[in-house]
Design a protein around this ligand. Sequence first.
Ligand SMILES: *[C@@H]1O[C@H](CO)[C@@H](O)[C@H](O)[C@H]1NC(C)=O
Ligand SMILES: *[C@@H]1O[C@H](CO)[C@@H](O)[C@H](O)[C@H]1NC(C)=O
Ligand SMILES: *[C@@H]1O[C@H](CO)[C@@H](O)[C@H](O)[C@H]1NC(C)=O
Ligand SMILES: *[C@@H]1O[C@H](CO)[C@@H](O)[C@H](O)[C@H]1NC(C)=O
Ligand SMILES: *[C@@H]1O[C@H](CO)[C@@H](O)[C@H](O)[C@H]1NC(C)=O
Ligand SMILES: *[C@@H]1O[C@H](CO)[C@@H](O)[C@H](O)[C@H]1NC(C)=O
Length: 405
Amino acid sequence: MFGRLFFFFLIYTLHNIIADDIRYPAIFIPGDGGSQIWARLNRTLPPPHWFCSRHSDWFELWLDVRLLSPEVIDCLVDNMRLLYNETTKKTSNLEGVDIQIPGFGNTSTVEYFDASGFSYSAYFAQIIKSLVTLGYTRGVNLRGAPYDFRRGVDEQDEFFDNFTKLVTDTYELNNQTPVVIVTHSMGGPFALYWLHKQTAAFKAKYIRSMVNIAAPWGGAIKALRLMISGDNIDVYVVSPYRVRPYQRSAPSTAFVMPNINFWDKDEVVVVSGQRNYTVNDYEVLFNDIQFPTGYQYWLNNKDLVDESRAPEVELHELYGSQMPTPGVLLYDNRTFPDLQPVVLPDNGDGTVNIRSLLGFKKWESKQKQDIHSLEIPGVEHLAILRHPTTINYIAQVLTGQFDKK
Ligand SMILES: *[C@@H]1O[C@H](CO)[C@@H](O)[C@H](O)[C@H]1NC(C)=O
Ligand SMILES: *[C@@H]1O[C@H](CO)[C@@H](O)[C@H](O)[C@H]1NC(C)=O
Ligand SMILES: *[C@@H]1O[C@H](CO)[C@@H](O)[C@H](O)[C@H]1NC(C)=O
Ligand SMILES: *[C@@H]1O[C@H](CO)[C@@H](O)[C@H](O)[C@H]1NC(C)=O
Ligand SMILES: *[C@@H]1O[C@H](CO)[C@@H](O)[C@H](O)[C@H]1NC(C)=O
Ligand SMILES: *[C@@H]1O[C@H](CO)[C@@H](O)[C@H](O)[C@H]1NC(C)=O
């Protein structure tokens, strides 16, 4: 009932926009977990259970909800897991696991987490559907840039080359109209990394603005929980301990760990039965949880994006707040590191701490392009994507209504 009222409200407000022309094309960059991953198996290593496939044709690895039953999740986790090479400092798939990220350039694989398209697995779906209602067309002026979210920005050269081409192609395809980049969560820092590599002339020509939804500019305490004891996958309830091998093996988890410039040097973020850890104690922490590779990951990732350097494009920052968000992780001798901690809450959107969501404020004195922001209290990290305020805001930016304000 409540949902239906919202729906009418939405149609009503969108209806008022329809009078305007479609103005700017949009490219969507998802966050961690927001791209689909297909796999093809011809494994040499034995899988964790007899019932896990060793050989297969292409299938949906991430995400197929049927794979999320308690035992079968081990097969998924083992195929998602990356191996680290200490010499090259790069990761690879397990031998005999081929991976592809389907749908680059279109939105179909970033609309839902699960290819079944069930409404509970909606990702950018509601935003994109609303824009289609306004006359927008998937694959023409609504494009998607899915990527292998397991990896950090230093292992994405091909993706970023493809992304540059997608931006220029989309510009040409739409009568040389500059594009609006729309990101969610980790997609924000990914876009920032790419923007830092573009010239001012390129940005002025091809980028109208960037809309960042719930971007973790300074990381999130939650990533430490993934590293220490694992975390369930946002949308689904699964055993944290069982998904931990994948979460630990993904450099992107280190990429979003709390940034030392956003937490005080004596601020305790993790407590165990034996000691307290601040953001300056990562080396000891990873040794104590017997996962020293995690520290290597952090070293490899911590300086890849200079979050203090402005993107130098017009920005729109949308974020939720006043939701209980992991602030301090309290373990004891029994729970550290394999069981879940008691969590002291911080302000934030449930996933990202508020100080990190507000990281864009550092740029206010550093770029001449406008920075607009909108805090939406009480709205959670994923739920913000289907909130009418967000949908309406994006419609206003894309139709050019926002420019007239
Ligand atoms: C699977 O891998 C084996 C080697 O481990 C190889 O001989 C075989 O041709 C591969 N099968 C396919 C279908 O690629
Ligand atoms: C790591 O990479 C180096 C250089 O490419 C290679 O020689 C070495 O065999 C790799 N190590 C493992 C364990 O795969
Ligand atoms: C994009 O995907 C939609 C369906 O989601 C399809 O109708 C359209 O043809 C695709 N466009 C391109 C350019 O691939
Ligand atoms: C880049 O684009 C090519 C051609 O469309 C595609 O085959 C490849 O998978 C893409 N790679 C990435 C990492 O997006
Ligand atoms: C945890 O164990 C260590 C040594 O095993 C002990 O020194 C410490 O007091 C314990 N902590 C608590 C809170 O019981
Ligand atoms: C950890 O910090 C708390 C206060 O935050 C303090 O009471 C406790 O003594 C500290 N524990 C250790 C082992 O330093």
